[in-house]
Design a protein around this ligand. Structure first.
Ligand SMILES: [Zn+2]
Length: 58
C-alpha cells in the first residue's frame, strides 16, 4: 500500500488529479471546492488530514 505524502485532491467522478481549486472553503470549513479539468465537474474535497493553517493558495 502506498501512502500519499500530501492530501491529493481527486475528482470524485473520474478520479483525475487534474483539478483546480475553485474556492478555499465550501459548505463546511474542511471542505474545499475543486473543478475537474478532465470531466469539467465541480466537486468538494474534504481535508481531514491537515489541522494546520491553510496553505496560501490563490
Ligand atoms: Zn473529473
Amino acid at each position: 500500500m502506498v501512502l500519499e505524502k500530501k492530501t491529493q485532491p481527486r475528482c470524485s467522478f473520474c478520479d483525475s488529479i487534474d483539478v483546480s481549486l475553485l474556492s478555499p472553503f465550501g459548505t463546511a470549513q474542511l471542505v474545499r471546492q475543486y473543478y475537474c479539468n478532465s470531466c469539467h465537474s465541480v466537486f468538494e474535497f474534504i481535508r481531514w488530514q491537515s489541522t494546520e493553517e491553510d496553505e496560501q493558495e490563490v
